[in-house]
Write a protein that binds this ligand. Structure first.
Ligand SMILES: C[S@@+](CC[C@H](N)C(=O)[O-])C[C@H]1O[C@@H](n2cnc3c(N)ncnc32)[C@H](O)[C@@H]1O
Length: 377
């Protein structure tokens, strides 16, 4: 238990399953720690065959929060409005609210306030990305964003919704982060893509290659289904792919605050030729890497310059984690782990490019030899 980091969330009480089943849900997963680090996730409670239904939750236990394209802070305003306008409905969702992470245990771009944590990224673009999103959350709470006032938090105070005055900035940040990291995107009856809260399904972790489920919506009933895409054994972790962009650690860190140690690791999105977090990174690195000798050499030089330009090396980061790991707060720890993993992926990409360069060289030298031979003749 002591080894469980602060960001690892407690197993929800039986109330969650009792509530869901009373509402007509089918549940064949259970929530608990899924690795040695204590990461919370879901595991199958029985053997399930590929193609079979694992869970079904009815529309009545889900929440359509708002348009899918809205930032977390604006969705948070909509959720608070609903909760404060309808306290009876809000109270009936208590088993669900309790299953969500506690205050202070979340992190994401919406609430990346500490400049020291941004600095640890060792990248100005990522730091700025986090800062801009965080400022937006603060502005939406304070009523300072360039938005229709009805979409900002002070509107709830102006509407005199009971309890609105009790909502602190800490509560608001927590909700904004939850809206960005614990919601799904599905169309409502009118065909508008919404951010949807799906109890229990939102406790399933991400996996890209190797994920064993997908989540679908039954358009007729509005219920949601979790379907196995592989045979799953009882006790095995249940995962689904949130988004292929999460296979890039800078994307997953900034948006969801997790990183993966893939083998081989993929380059960060910002280290690909597009150099941004704008999404659509569905291809493995090899599709981005050039084949032509001159271009390979140029890219090697660029990636080497990047790798040597960091204020700390991969080994130094490793040492910081090994020596000071226990003293670091969990956010710093994860950011340092991220930048170390970024450096590993750069180093390995350079090694792969050098292998490729050798092949490009031998092709070139045999052509050169052949043409030189011709000249002699
Ligand atoms: C929708 S929740 C999933 C459930 C979450 N683990 C929990 O216990 O509440 C999304 C969050 O889970 C964590 N997460 C999801 N997939 C992960 C993964 N593959 N590795 C590490 N953490 C992951 C991240 O903190 C992410 O922001």
């Amino acid at each position: 238990k002591e080894a469980v980091a602060i960001n690892e969330h407690p197993t929800p009480s039986a109330d969650l399953y009792t509530w869901l089943e009373a509402k007509g849900a089918t549940v064949n997963i259970v929530v608990g720690p899924v690795n040695e680090g204590g990461l919370r996730g879901t595991v199958a409670t029985k053997d399930i065959a590929s193609g079979d239904l694992i869970c079904q939750i009815p529309h009545s236990v889900t929440v359509d929060v708002g348009d899918h394209s809205l930032p977390g802070a604006e969705l948070a305003v909509q959720l608070f409005r609903r909760q404060l306008t309808d306290p009876k409905w809000n109270a009936s969702f208590e088993p669900y609210w309790k299953s969500l992470p506690a205050m202070g245990t979340l992190h994401s771009k919406e609430i990346w306030e500490n400049p020291k944590h941004r600095e640890l990224l060792q990248n100005d673009y990522l730091a700025r990305y986090a800062e801009v999103n965080t400022n937006w959350t603060r502005d939406v709470f304070a009523g300072n964003a360039s938005l229709d006032p009805g979409r900002m938090f002070p509107a709830l105070l102006a509407e005199k919704l009971p309890g609105a005055d009790k909502v602190t900035f800490e509560d608001f940040k927590h909700a904004a982060s939850l809206m960005a990291t614990y919601t799904f995107v599905f169309p409502n009856k009118e065909g508008t893509y919404m951010r949807v809260l799906l109890p229990l399904f939102d406790l399933i972790n991400h996996k890209g290659t190797g994920a064993n489920t997908y989540v679908g919506k039954d358009a007729a009933t509005g219920s949601y289904h979790l379907i196995a895409t592989k045979d799953i054994k009882k006790g095995e972790e249940v995962t689904h792919c949130y988004n292929w962009d999460n296979e890039r650690n800078d994307y997953s860190l900034i948006h969801y605050f997790f990183i993966q140690k893939l083998d081989p690791p993929r380059l960060c999105a910002i280290d690909l030729p597009s150099g941004s977090l704008d999404g659509g990174f569905t291809e493995p690195d090899d599709r981005y890497l050039p084949h032509e000798k001159g271009a390979i050499q140029e890219l090697i030089a660029e990636l080497e310059a990047r790798l040597s330009g960091f204020p700390t090396t991969e080994e130094e980061d490793e040492e910081i984690l090994a020596k000071e790991g226990g003293k670091l707060d969990w956010i710093s720890h994860r950011v340092i782990d991220f930048r170390r993993e970024r450096k590993t992926s750069l180093r390995l990409a350079i090694e792969r490019l050098k292998e490729r360069e050798k092949i490009a060289y031998s092709l070139l030298s045999s052509t050169t030899k052949a043409s030189a031979g011709k000249e002699e003749l």
